[in-house]
Design a protein around this ligand. Structure first.
Ligand SMILES: Cc1ncc(C[n+]2csc(CCOP(=O)(O)OP(=O)(O)O)c2C)c(N)n1
Ligand SMILES: [Mg+2]
Length: 567
């Protein structure tokens, strides 16, 4: 490590100590790190405090995803450290994932000595491993700042911490040159008062009440904002009291348990046809914490908005004026909206509309099984069974691909369970490291659902999982291909499976698990599944279950605008 002052032993109390004390004093969900010279002082200072466990995944991307998983489970920010240069670039995918899924992770990167930073923007690089990460992540953070002087550290830490969770939550990044990390600093004192938010004036909900009363086909679209706002219980109470049916987006899937009598299920590109039909044909749509993006409502926006009143609730004003127009908007938290409405419960036609919608269920359940060859495992059926066995688990962390859509369609999510996936970014390789964060934030079992492709992006995290003896089951749905892309190639590119089957391969996952010291089980057939002892799913400790899925299985039904309304 090249340092400015050549200290072997740091001076009495440094900026690094201050940062460590500051982090120690915060309510956080965890600290994730991959080491490097430019962060070593800060991480060492935190280690010397001894009160926050430092968790060390095997790449910065995994550390970032783990921090994301930890934050999404606990609702508290996690901290992820990475060194300058390659450490910082490796973080970027995770930062983007946090940004698109509104996860308040605090990223701290080390930077080269201030006097080694490039002198102007035209110079590529001056210091070794110097890289302007702040510039690179401007578009995917709520705030990204490089510290220029020791006196800025305290106010900037306070500021980014506050910004991360304010309004729509999201990632922030502080980049701290190593010379500044070693400068003397005044000791941290926790006496600073938290800024109390000013109380918002209550909105007028009479128009919402009126709309619900008049609607023949009222529907609520539950989005990821409900979990983000920690308003799940409030939301479920609201639904029970008002008896309005609910459809969920991919991110809102765990806002309401699968069993709820009001749950009409998953919408979107791979949603259930009856759920999409309800979304299309409702005459009042109340979208709570959902941006109604193109994957969730793939209709032409004008067609979609016809013949219905749309009420949107979102803390983020930019979403309220997004792709889908609305007749009424509430720029407030889910909690504020639901609390405001709580005093007004009135009867409505929700149950009639629900029953009408449900009567279409038989005709349009996901047709996962259609292409299944005799005796082959139907992924939808299989995942449904898995969720029956895993009732006691904390929930599912799902990667990206066909298996993600099968999981969203078919896993039965019980009231206490989570369903988490990389929503906005849709990044393969997310689930396994995210489970490290989830399992360190909340004890109990977590089930990863991954494809053979995505799992190969973070297979090495089995080592971290084994090292920490985490209660994680990695369920690999192995169809020996990048299935989701192969499906696209079958539909659009004359079944030329370039890079998805041709030139793609996967190792023997049982041997891989063995190398990492993780117990494993392989399911080749329905018979293997029935023989499998439940401990391979439920632990204790880490396990891997591989299940072979036919390459011909597709994620269906694929949304087709023309088929709505269903007849
Ligand atoms: C980091 C990243 N790279 C590429 C993609 C594009 N992509 C989406 S799904 C997919 C295939 C996933 O394969 P696998 O993990 O085996 O899941 P399957 O679809 O077979 O269930 C690919 C390559 C992506 N989403 N993320
Ligand atoms: Mg696959």
């Amino acid at each position: 490590v090249d340092t400015d002052n050549g200290f072997d032993v740091p001076p009495k109390y440094t900026v690094s100590d201050y940062i460590a004390d500051f982090i120690s004093a915060q309510k956080i969900s965890g600290v994730f790190n991959l080491s490097g010279g430019m962060t070593a002082f800060m991480v060492d200072a935190l280690f010397r405090r001894g009160d926050k466990e430092i968790i060390n995944p095997k790449s910065e991307q995994a550390a970032g995803f783990a921090a994301e998983g930890s934050t999404r489970v606990s609702g508290l920010p996690a901290v992820a450290f990475a060194t300058s240069g390659p450490g910082a670039t490796n973080l970027i995918t995770a930062i983007a994932s946090c940004f698109f899924d509104s996860t308040p992770v605090v990223f701290i990167t080390g930077q080269v000595n201030s006097n080694e930073l490039r002198k102007n923007l035209l110079q590529r690089q001056n210091g070794f491993q110097e890289l302007d990460v702040v510039e690179m992540v401007q578009g995917i953070t709520k705030s990204a700042i490089q510290v220029k002087d020791a006196s800025e550290v305290a106010p900037l830490l306070n500021e980014v911490w506050r910004i991360a969770s304010a309004g729509r939550p999201g990632p922030v990044l502080l980049d701290i040159p190593i010379d500044i990390q070693q400068k003397p600093h005044e000791a941290f004192s926790a006496t600073e008062k938290a800024i109390s938010s000013t109380k918002k004036e209550q909105s007028d909900y009479s128009l919402v009440v009126e709309a619900i009363k008049n609607a023949k086909r009222p529907l609520i679209l539950a989005g990821g904002g409900i979990q983000l706002d920690k308003s799940v219980e409030l939301f479920r109470k609201f639904i029970k009291a008002w008896k309005i049916p609910v459809v969920t987006s991919l991110m809102g899937l765990d806002a309401l348990e699968s069993d709820s009598e009001f749950n009409l299920g998953l919408i979107g590109s791979y949603g259930h046809e009856y759920s999409n039909n309800a979304l299309f044909t409702c005459d009042l749509l109340i979208a709570i914490g959902s941006r109604i993006d193109v994957r969730q409502a793939p209709w032409d926006p004008i067609d979609f908005c016809k013949n219905k009143m749309i009420i949107r609730v979102d803390i983020d004003p930019h979403e309220l004026s997004g792709r889908i127009n609305s007749n009424l908007q509430y720029q407030e938290t889910v909690r504020e909206f639901l609390t405001g409405l709580a005093n007004h419960v009135i009867p409505n036609n929700g149950l009639i509309f629900r029953d009408e919608s449900k009567s279409l269920v038989g005709a349009s359940i996901p047709k996962n099984g259609e292409l299944s060859l005799e005796g082959n495992i139907d992924p939808g059926e299989f995942l449904k069974k898995i969720s029956e066995i895993c009732q006691s688990a904390n929930g599912y962390i799902v990667d990206v691909g066909q298996h993600q859509m099968w999981a969203a369609q078919s896993l039965h999510v019980f009231p206490h369970q989570r369903f988490m996936t990389s929503g906005g970014l849709g990044s393969m390789g997310f689930a396994t490291p995210a489970a490290i964060g989830a399992a360190t934030a909340k004890p109990g079992r977590w089930i990863v659902v991954a494809g053979d492709g995505g799992f190969q992006m973070s297979t090495n995290e089995l080592e971290t999982i084994r090292e920490l003896n985490l209660n994680v089951t990695v369920l690999v749905l192995n169809n020996k291909q990048h299935g989701m892309v192969a499906q696209f190639q079958r539909e659009n590119l004359g079944s030329r499976f370039v890079s998805t089957r041709e030139g793609y391969s996967a190792p023997d996952f049982q041997k891989v698990a063995e190398a990492y010291g993780v117990r494993s089980y392989k399911i080749n057939s329905k018979a293997d599944f029935t023989k499998m002892p439940n401990e391979f799913l439920l632990g204790p400790g880490p396990t891997l279950v591989e299940v072979l899925i036919s390459q011909e299985e597709e994620a269906l039904p694929k949304f087709n605008r023309k088929s709505y309304p269903l007849s």
